[in-house]
Ligand binder design. Structure first.
Ligand code: F6R
Length: 260
């Protein structure tokens, strides 16, 4: 794993935006795996700003989001479809026909999950997968004990994830219980992945992911198996790591190593 520790959230977001921009500029036809959640909002803002100010173009890219709540139609204000429109898609030149999210309102969510996995394969797989991390170590909505060999499917959300996401809904009761999420194995099949974590609330999960045992108890620890996983952290999210001195020796200030 490439562990990049930046002084603060803003620096971490700019560093992550550099990595996305480099991928898209290097391969304008990139297939991007996209994530939602609070951590990603400033990243999408930074990318939209680079689109406006520097001409960074997403016109040739294809995107697949990690997850969507079951039962929410694309026009539901709390759906991830709407999140993506508001946070990113409407601010850049990505072709709407090439943006994909799981169909949370499908009559048969199981079949919709299988179809989604097929669509990713038909697009040639994901070049760069963006990820956040849950306080319980989830990636996508792969909650603790999710199979590390899983593909896109239905997952039941934990109470802690529902509580964390309750702020976007009227009440805890209205916060969805189920989601369609790409699996841990789907994420591991991406050619590169980029996980971003900011803030002290993520510090324990981050330490378990990077330095803990490989275990379904912390699904993010599966990234230890990924040959090209980059983890971008601010100091607060890195605060429970034991080997910080090493990460800072390899990547001083979160910058590239001499061999990158
Ligand atoms: C959402 C997703 C989740 C979030 C995670 C962190 O698409 O994949 O794994 O990345 O729940 O969410 P925030 O950033 O809101 O703390």
């Amino acid at each position: 794993m490439k562990v990049l520790i930046l002084p603060d959230e803003q620096a971490a977001i700019q560093r992550a935006a550099d990595i996305v921009a480099r991928t898209v500029s290097g391969n304008p036809g990139s297939v991007l795996g996209l994530a939602t959640g609070g951590t990603m909002l400033p990243l999408y803002e930074a990318l939209a700003q680079r689109h406006r100010d520097d001409g960074l173009s997403f016109a040739g890219t294809t995107s697949f989001n990690l997850d969507e709540y079951i039962g929410l139609a694309p026009d539901h204000p709390c759906s991830y479809h709407q999140y993506m429109q508001k946070a990113f898609f409407r601010h850049v030149d990505i072709d709407p026909a090439r943006t994909h999210l799981p169909k949370g309102d499908a009559a048969d969510p199981r079949a919709a999950s299988e179809d989604y996995e097929t669509l990713i394969e038909q697009a040639g797989g994901i070049d760069l997968q963006l990820l956040g991390i849950g306080r319980n170590g989830h990636i996508g909505f792969n909650e603790p004990t999710a199979s590390l060999g899983s593909r896109t499917r239905i997952k039941t959300l934990t109470t802690s994830t529902r509580r964390a996401n309750q702020k976007y809904f009227e009440s805890f009761e209205e916060t969805p219980r189920y989601a369609i999420t790409t699996g841990v194995a789907t994420i591991l099949a991406s050619r590169k992945c980029l996980l971003i974590a900011t803030g002290a609330a993520k510090a324990r999960a981050v330490a378990d992911m990077i330095e803990g045992p490989l275990s379904a108890a912390c699904p993010a620890s599966a990234l230890q198996l990924h040959a090209r996983a980059t983890i971008v952290l601010d100091k607060a999210a890195a605060s429970e790591l034991a080997l910080t001195e090493y990460y800072e020796t390899v990547h001083p200030g979160g910058q590239d190593s001499v061999f990158d």
